[in-house]
Design a protein around this ligand. Structure first.
Ligand code: DQQ
Length: 660
């Protein structure tokens, strides 16, 4: 029984997977006109090189076409993943598929699909700069999904999908770290490794449940020796150890196998359990039937034996496999987070799924009747609509932080450079800064996400800029020191006259299909250029864009444009973004956390978020700069900002016996 409207149309939403042309279109003349002009002049040697590379690319395309006729097509249909007969002077990118044959979503970075590109000659200086300073990362190797976050005896625990053997997906174990404040972390020994038939191919994603009697239940997916997905139970070996270093697997594992009608590779990622009125517990597990993403619900008393309940928590045709589903309550009235088992008239329930098809996290808000087991989305016409983040943010997991009475959300931020570069630097992926999640009680239709307050403790010196005027078509440098570890809060006001006088403009605008920050409208784009070099040859614009309908109604978009983020060719250069509600009398505002190769952006108090991975080659270390820009044709913008330099977090291995 499917509970959603099959006529739901995904194409109505911003689709960041739509590639946009990456041709360089300069920002308008401003204080940097001269630098821009000189940056665009091509030295003779470069011109010769360009002609030469043009011929080489033509030859390569020809070789690919000829070679493609004879070569084997890879399982995912991309002939370029098969061995190519072409040869290139520099190392070509040949992405390998990772994960799919093991029965999980693609984990390789397919920066380019359909085009083979030479890898950029990254040097150690550039690659070292990319490592983040205050985001959670293991010391080396590959990391993906957040697992089993919780607060226990004074410590936040964070587990994560980890490959101890290299910087690509595979051999997955549970990494483990603990923290007093969600910012500074101690790396602990691996919590669980594949050592049983039921998880021999990987200890995959799972969730923690804290029982009222103080016990901890950890449920996780095991990929068995035959690559069947099963659910397993584990618990701490010693509950009096606040660091929970040792974990035991239940001798009766697996506790759940794929039920009839469910493919053995489509059954994974159990949620945190919620308490039910009959004194038992429910958990949810993601799956699919044909192309319909579904969520199964299991009922249990002891977490060892389970009953599959009738009906599905949610299902949406055409969305494919649902990974890492999450289901939790949010308050309609208070600014506090809620325990996963909370319910009542003042409560809404959020359902989130990670779509294997497009690697994005989607959520919907609805009402959950625990007795009937039915969750009904507020807008029943839309099965799953909103994105947590319009950039990179996947396989997220929330937990109730009983220490501070808040719901905290973690998300996996993968790389968007090439796997060759990841191998060179020896690591891949970071975790988002943990975010508090609340219902936006002003709109009632979306969540608000905001960096946990503890991140503010990393703030060092600050600079304030009051009412800086940025005229239409100009760029204004912001005089701060290094611009690679920053916390920025900025507000923007658009010239009222231009706002009123402007006739209909850009009604068809969409971030991902637009020309990015170079596309000019009467009322935008305007915002910040982060990780830019002095000449603006590298820059990542983060901006608002206002469209005006014939009825005079305004629609505000918030976008991030990676088109010119790097001179390297082998990195992702999409334009991210969506529309965002702006209520009457609200100012346009944005907070950015810049931390080397990651920029996390929260607009309108966290109504919309964009996380971007950026890999500049020149705008690094002391050469990274910050600018205001306004590329509108008519409106002047006034901006006030506060910018903090950010300290680095202590993220280090725990030495037994050391004072934590
Ligand atoms: N990652 C895990 C799976 C999950 C996927 C494997 C999502 O359990 O479905 O590493 O990224």
């Amino acid at each position: 029984m499917l509970e959603s409207d099959p006529s739901r149309d995904f194409s109505k939403h911003e689709d960041p997977s739509i590639a946009v042309p990456c041709s360089y279109i300069p920002l308008p003349d401003g204080p940097h006109t001269r630098e821009l002009a000189s940056a665009r002049r091509m030295p003779p040697k470069r011109a010769i090189f360009k002609v030469f590379s043009g011929v080489l690319i033509l030859a390569l395309v020809f070789a690919i076409i000829i070679g493609g006729r004879n070569s084997d097509v890879h399982a995912n249909g991309n002939a370029l993943l098969a061995t190519s007969t072409s040869s290139m002077a520099s190392e070509p990118l040949r992405p390998v598929s990772r994960g799919v044959s093991a029965g999980v979503s693609e984990k390789a970075n397919h920066v380019f699909s359909g085009v083979e590109v030479a890898s950029f000659p990254w040097n150690n200086t550039m690659l070292s700069w990319q490592r983040t300073a205050y985001h959670f990362q293991p010391e080396k190797n590959w990391m993906n999904d957040p697992n089993g976050p919780m607060f226990y005896k004074g410590w936040y625990h964070f587990f994560y999908q980890y490959n101890p053997h290299g910087p690509v997906w595979g051999d997955i174990v549970w990494g483990h770290a603990a923290s007093k404040d969600l910012i500074h972390w101690l790396h602990l020994p691996l919590a669980m490794v594949p050592d049983q038939w039921y998880d021999l191919n990987g200890v995959w994603t799972g969730s923690a449940t804290l029982l009222p009697d103080g016990r901890i239940i950890m449920l996780y997916t095991g990929s068995t020796n035959e690559s069947v997905q099963v659910q397993n139970l584990a618990y701490p070996a010693n509950l009096s150890d606040p660091l929970l270093v040792n974990w035991d697997k239940y001798s009766g594992n697996p506790v759940l196998r794929p039920p009839p009608g469910i493919d053995s590779k489509d059954f994974r990622d159990p949620t945190t359990a919620w308490y039910t009125s009959d004194g038992k517990w429910n958990i949810a597990i993601g799956s699919k039937v044909n192309k319909t993403g579904i969520t199964l619900i299991y009922h249990t008393e002891d977490f060892k034996s389970y009953e599959l309940l009738d009906g599905l928590l949610h299902a949406v045709p055409g969305t494919g496999m649902w990974e890492c589903v999450d289901f939790y309550p949010v308050s309609k009235t208070s600014g506090k987070g809620l325990d996963t088992s909370a319910n009542g008239p003042e409560v809404k329930h959020v359902f989130k799924t990670s779509l294997d098809n497009d690697k994005n996290d989607y959520y919907a808000i609805g009402t959950y009747d625990e007795k009937s087991g039915r969750w009904v989305p507020d807008n029943p016409k839309i099965g799953i609509e909103l994105r947590y983040d319009y950039g990179i943010f996947y396989a997220s997991k929330s937990f109730y932080d009983l220490h501070k009475g808040r719901r905290v959300l973690w998300g996996w931020i993968h790389e968007s450079d090439s796997e060759i570069a990841d191998v060179k630097k020896g690591w891949a992926s970071v975790q988002s800064i943990p975010r508090t999640v609340l219902l936006d009680t002003k709109t009632g239709t979306n969540l608000l996400q905001w960096p946990v307050e503890e991140v503010d403790n990393l703030r060092l010196t600050s600079r304030e800029f009051e009412r800086v005027e940025v005229k239409a078509g100009s760029v204004v440098p912001l005089d701060i020191d290094a611009a690679t570890q920053l916390d920025i809060f900025a507000e923007f006001e658009l010239d009222k006259e231009a706002l009123e006088m402007t006739a209909q403009t850009n009604v068809e605008f969409s971030c991902s299909t637009s020309g990015g920050a170079a596309e000019r409208g009467a009322l935008g784009p305007f915002g910040l250029l982060v990780l830019a070099d002095d000449s603006l040859s590298e820059q990542t614009p983060v901006y608002f864009f206002i469209a005006k309908g014939i009825d005079g109604n305004l629609k505000t978009f918030f976008c991030a444009d990676q088109t010119r983020s790097s001179e390297a060719t082998d990195v992702n250069k999409q334009i991210y973004g969506s529309s965002v509600p702006v209520l009457k009398d609200e100012k346009l505002s944005v907070r950015l956390l810049v931390d080397h190769s990651i920029v996390e952006i929260f607009a309108q108090g966290g109504r919309t978020c964009i996380t971007s991975r950026v890999y500049p080659t020149k705008a690094i270390y002391g050469a990274a700069r910050l600018f205001l820009f306004n590329n509108a044709t008519e409106a002047t913008v006034t901006s006030s900002l506060k910018i903090w330099q950010m300290n680095s977090a202590f993220i280090r291995p725990f030495q037994p016996g050391q004072d934590a």
